[in-house]
Write a protein that binds this ligand. Structure first.
Ligand SMILES: [Zn+2]
Length: 384
């Protein structure tokens, strides 16, 4: 029998997944090395999301000819970014956290039910931003993706520290172990038991994005170490980094910290920015290159959806819609239709998108549901 949800006291070994693992998958070589990071590539103009580093290629137009189709890692394997369709950029398919006791949702059939509703609303891809230790179910994620026909991009990484009890291994593991865990999830396959088992066992389903978290108005010492590990893993793999901001605070600090670790703002998605619906702040963050995800859509206890429509319109007027993504982040059982709650994960496609289309038109909808998230999710590949 598996141990309880508490992983207190267990530390994953430094080489997380044993080489004699039953999973035939092995880590693929890092596509963006530390010395050839996305930032370095971006600054040199030598590569772009999904493009191969044109090393050895002649200068000029010929070099661009080697650019390949940008790929996104989903739980069922790589998918061309432009085949993702409309993207909901912040969800949780399964979640269990001590922050919301009694509101966990871990049922596979209900997850499939919820995703079928999402599919019926027109959304084709869901980005599941559940990080390590909070109830990830790699095998079941793949199963509900197949059942529903919805692409699922899964996350690895660490949430803000409030989600991890004092004895949780993630607070005490050394830096090399933290990085190993993330790279295993990204390059081999997410741990079958979400790193909550005496013997790690990789699944064949890889994560496709890194999730990090900041506290209210600050980044604490644990979060700082998890940012460092997440940035290193992003440099090695070319995936994007999503950051939970608490009520939209500490967003500049998060960009500063990631930048110090070699991740440019252009590879960062700042979550919950609409919890602080301050358009001047949003434009400042976008001016640094960041993407924002407005992800409290349908959760009216925070504010009416018209506030988010106003924000999107303001970003459109500034010509910055290409930096805006949308999601609902329904992180509680009581928010999911399959459990008899509301507004349901499908509220984005079902209720909000028609309002956005009426207000700003088809092109704006396509920009925030397709172009912005697809570009961000595409892996930067700079391998020679
Ligand atoms: Zn979330």
């Amino acid at each position: 029998m598996r141990p309880s949800s508490s992983s207190a006291g267990w530390s994953p070994p430094p080489t997380a997944h044993p080489s004699n693992s039953p999973n035939p998958a092995t880590r693929v070589p890092g596509s963006c090395s530390t010395s050839n990071s996305p930032k370095a590539c971006a600054e040199s103009g030598a590569c772009r999301p999904g493009g191969r580093h044109p090393e050895g290629e002649p200068e000029g137009e010929t070099a661009l000819a080697v650019v390949e189709t940008p790929l996104v890692e989903t739980v069922l394997g790589p998918v061309a970014a432009d085949e993702l369709g409309d993207v909901d950029a912040h969800e949780h398919v399964f979640l269990r956290t001590p922050v919301n006791p009694g509101d966990e949702f871990l049922d596979t059939d209900k997850a499939a039910d919820e995703l079928l509703r999402v599919a019926a609303s027109g959304i084709r891809t869901v980005v599941d931003l559940t990080p390590v230790g909070l109830g990830r179910r790699p095998g079941q994620l793949a199963e509900v993706s197949r059942t529903s026909g919805v692409h699922v991009v899964a996350a690895t990484g660490f949430h803000r520290s409030a989600h991890y009890p004092a004895a949780h291994w993630a607070r005490h593991a050394d830096d090399a172990t933290l990085l190993d865990v993330l790279l295993d999830d990204l390059q081999v396959g997410m741990d079958r038991y979400d790193w909550d088992f005496p013997r790690p066992l990789p699944s064949p389903h890889r994560a496709g994005i890194i999730k990090l978290g900041a506290s209210y108005h600050r980044i604490d010492r644990h979060e700082e170490r998890w940012f460092a590990a997440g940035a290193a893993a992003a440099r090695d793999t070319g995936v994007a980094v999503a950051v939970h901001t608490e009520v939209g605070t500490a967003a500049h600090a998060a960009l500063d910290l990631l930048d110090r670790h070699g991740i440019p703002a252009g590879r960062v998605l700042l979550a919950h920015t609409d919890r602080n619906p301050d358009p001047e702040l949003h434009l400042d963050l976008i001016a640094r290159g960041a993407h924002l995800v407005y992800d409290t859509i349908g959760r009216i206890k925070y504010r009416p959806d018209s506030v988010v429509l106003d924000l999107i319109e303001r970003m459109a007027e500034a010509g910055e819609l290409g930096r805006i993504c949308l999601g609902t982040d329904v992180g509680r059982k009581s928010s999911l239709s399959a459990y008899g709650g509301g507004p349901g994960m499908d509220v984005l496609g079902r209720d909000f998108v028609p309002r956005l289309r009426r207000r700003l038109g088809d092109e704006a909808v396509e920009t925030v549901l397709r172009h912005a998230p697809q570009g961000l999710l595409a892996k930067e590949t700079c391998a020679a």
